[in-house]
Design a protein around this ligand. Structure first.
Ligand code: HEM
Ligand code: NAG
Length: 318
């Protein structure tokens, strides 16, 4: 009796102390053994067509997880009276890759219909995008289910913007139980991809912590007077723009952060030392990035009987 109780308690504590909550990398091992191969193959095709898509899908996962948790809520279209997150300021005309998620979902539905959530597909696509652009790989904890709701208000409130200062960034991540170290590691995602001029204009014209030569270079394709050139793109990392490396941090040390929020991580504050470390130690960055991605991927997932497995990632099952 006592021993049975003890075993029960041990099992309970093992379950609840598992590093990734209720998610597990082997969640679909029997129900969809070809899942990861299917996602990978579709991602390779997508990146062959457009290499930037690896960056775009990494960002999509971030924007999913910071709003209601990693539940695929960002994928829901506005239809009829339903208002989703796609028109929120941080997402509209900015988040990309919805069609690639549709393609992966369609392919996965062919292999194992009705089994795999859109939220898990987004998490796998983010991992594959990172890896296929030369970054680290990791086993993605799986078993998320899809939301039946979305929140435009939470997307506007909780997704950090490029004008935030370090305190505000730390608070935005703390709200999702992510540490300042997670913030600095995850921001390394800005080693790949691009930003529109409208998000860094103020920084390159009015910023005080910016290399003058870098500011002059970026002004060439980002005119001062909005809305001219608002959507013009500049790479976050000019030298290796679609290679997932640690150059982002060396750029910050050289005052060549593209966004004001990027440069806030190296501006005489609490993250300076870590930025220098990541810039000189790629293995440390890779390890911390993986740890932080797994933490971010574990924000408030729907599991068990909560939510649903959407048939179409854009609409709630009827
Ligand atoms: C720390 C706060 C963050 C802020 C303020 C921020 C802001 C931005 C902005 C303004 C853009 C450009 C969007 C556009 O031009 O349409 C961008 C792009 C991007 N962000 Fe972030 N971001 C943050 C954190 C993250 C995190 C945590 C990740 C992923 C782990 C991430 C991944 C990316 C990627 C990969 C791109 C390039 C996307 C592409 O080229 O399509 N960002 N971010
Ligand atoms: C620079 O800052 C001033 C004062 O806040 C503002 O009026 C102006 O629009 C800013 N310039 C750019 C290019 O963002």
């Amino acid at each position: 009796m006592a021993s049975r109780t003890w075993h029960f308690l041990l099992a309970l504590s093992l379950l609840s102390s598992a590093a990734y909550g209720q998610l597990s990398p082997s969640f679909y091992a029997t129900s969809c053994p070809l899942l990861e191969l299917t996602v990978r193959a579709t991602m390779i095709a997508a990146l062959l067509a457009e290499r930037r898509m690896g960056a775009s899908l990494l960002r999509l996962h971030f924007h999913d997880c910071f709003v209601q948790g990693c539940d695929g809520s960002i994928l829901l279209d506005d239809v009829g009276s339903f208002v989703g997150e796609k028109t929120a300021f941080p997402n509209v005309n900015s988040v990309r890759g919805y069609e690639v998620i549709d393609r992966i979902k369609a392919t996965v539905e062919l292999v194992c219909p009705g089994v795999v959530s859109c939220a898990d597909i987004v998490a796998l696509a983010a991992r594959d995008g990172t890896f296929l652009l030369g970054g680290p790989s990791w086993a993605v904890p799986l078993g998320r289910r899809d939301s039946t709701t979305a929140s435009l208000a939470e997307a506007n409130a909780d997704l950090p913007g490029p004008t935030l200062n370090l305190d505000q960034l730390i608070r935005a991540f703390d709200k999702k139980q992510l540490t300042p170290r997670d913030l600095t590691a995850l921001s390394g995602a800005h080693t790949i991809g691009f930003s529109q001029c409208q998000f860094f204009r103020d920084h390159i014209y009015n910023g005080t912590n910016i290399d003058p030569a870098f500011a002059a270079l970026r002004r060439q394709t980002c005119p001062a007077a909005a809305p001219a050139g608002d959507a013009n793109l500049a790479p976050f990392d000019a030298q290796t723009q679609l290679v997932f490396d640690n150059a982002y941090y060396r750029n910050l040390v050289a005052q060549r952060g593209l966004l004001h929020s990027d440069q806030e991580l190296f501006n005489g504050g609490s993250q300076d030392a870590l930025v220098r470390q990541y810039g000189s130690n790629p293995a440390l960055f890779a390890a911390d990035f993986v740890t932080a991605m797994i933490k971010m991927g574990n924000i408030a997932p729907l599991t068990g009987a909560s939510g649903q497995i959407r048939r179409n990632c854009r609409v709630v099952n009827s």
